[in-house]
Design a binder for this molecule. Structure first.
Ligand code: FE2
Ligand code: FE2
Length: 316
């Protein structure tokens, strides 16, 4: 981690944006001091009328995932070689990354509040639950494993926000499309950062990095909202419904999971790495065969029909 930190200033310059130059949520929302504010809200609500039930459920799930940012910041700060007591620059990275991410939940939350279609209190209850329930991604405090996780997750959130952007446009809502689109672009930039960190680890510690990658894929990459629940439910009870809705809608599917895995193996040039230990060679074989196996399974998995499940986040 100290080795990676030597280039921290360059990484921050390449992959993060300073507050003065970054978009802010208010730029994409009606201006409350404007004379046309009430009309703007009416127009916004009109544009949200055609958004379907599954779409709103997935959008709210995405928002709650973004709103659980305190969980991600404390978890990253806990990783070996990163934490607050390290003077190597990692904590600066985590703070600046958090500061950018904070805009995502902020923007989406304000937007759906104005939309008139979301039960904000229920969404907020789920958010409070998710932050108190935390996240267990199986990677403990190991930075290699956790940066595989963040590489994967930034790509997954990119896919998810990108698709909600495309669909919003289809439903005639260009503003929401733009909102999801700018968030997706941030996620892509963050994904590039975490992928570059892992690429650098592969250069200096290929065998251990390979084993860490394999371990995370054997455990499967859990979604950050896997503990999602609604009021009165047990921990994690809402997650499968959220993820089924995302699969039905095509916002994030098992095929996307496979595509992300495959893109990472290509990005890190897994196939051609040399100088590996025997165990790392075996890990490589496992990883290289995995996308094909997942594709076969995905072909056989039928998309689940909507269950009689009510998301209490949606009012109408
Ligand atoms: Fe985000
Ligand atoms: Fe992100």
């Amino acid at each position: 981690m100290n080795f990676l930190a030597q280039k921290m200033d360059a990484s921050i310059n390449n992959y993060l944006t300073q507050a003065d130059n970054n978009w802010q949520p208010s730029e994409l929302l009606p201006v409350s001091s404007s004379d046309s504010f009430l009309e703007d809200i009416k127009a916004l609500q009109e544009e949200c009328k055609e958004l379907p039930y599954d779409y709103l459920a997935v959008l709210v799930g995405n928002i709650i995932t973004e709103e659980a940012l305190p969980t991600y910041e404390t978890w990253l700060m806990d990783l070996e070689g990163i934490g607050k007591n390290n003077t190597n620059g990692w904590s600066k990275w985590v703070r600046m990354w958090t500061a950018e991410e904070n805009r995502h939940g902020d923007l989406l939350n304000k937007y759906v509040y104005l939309s008139g279609r979301i039960n904000m209190q229920q969404m907020e209850i789920s958010t409070q639950y998710l932050i108190s329930d935390g996240l267990d991604n199986g990677a403990a405090c190991d930075p290699y494993r956790n940066f595989v996780y963040t590489s994967f997750q930034e790509l997954a959130t990119n896919v998810s926000h990108r698709r909600t952007a495309t669909m919003a446009k289809k439903y005639g809502n260009a503003k929401l499309s733009r909102i999801c689109g700018v968030i997706a672009a941030d996620e892509a930039r963050h994904a590039n950062a975490y992928k570059s960190f892992i690429a650098q680890v592969f250069e200096v510690d290929p065998s251990e990095m390979m084993l860490a990658f394999e371990d995370m894929m054997r455990k499967k990459i859990v979604m950050p909202a896997h503990f999602l629940r609604q009021q009165g439910e047990k921990i994690g009870a809402t997650f499968s419904h959220f993820s089924d809705a995302a699969q039905r809608l095509g916002v994030y599917t098992t095929l996307d999971y496979t595509d992300i895995l495959e893109s990472l193996t290509k990005e890190w040039n897994i196939k051609n790495l040399t100088g590996l230990t025997d165990a790392a060679e075996k890990a490589r074989d496992y990883l290289m065969g995995l996308p094909e196996r997942f594709r076969k399974i995905a072909e056989r998995t039928a998309i689940k029909a909507p269950l009689e499940y009510e998301f209490n986040w949606i009012t109408r």
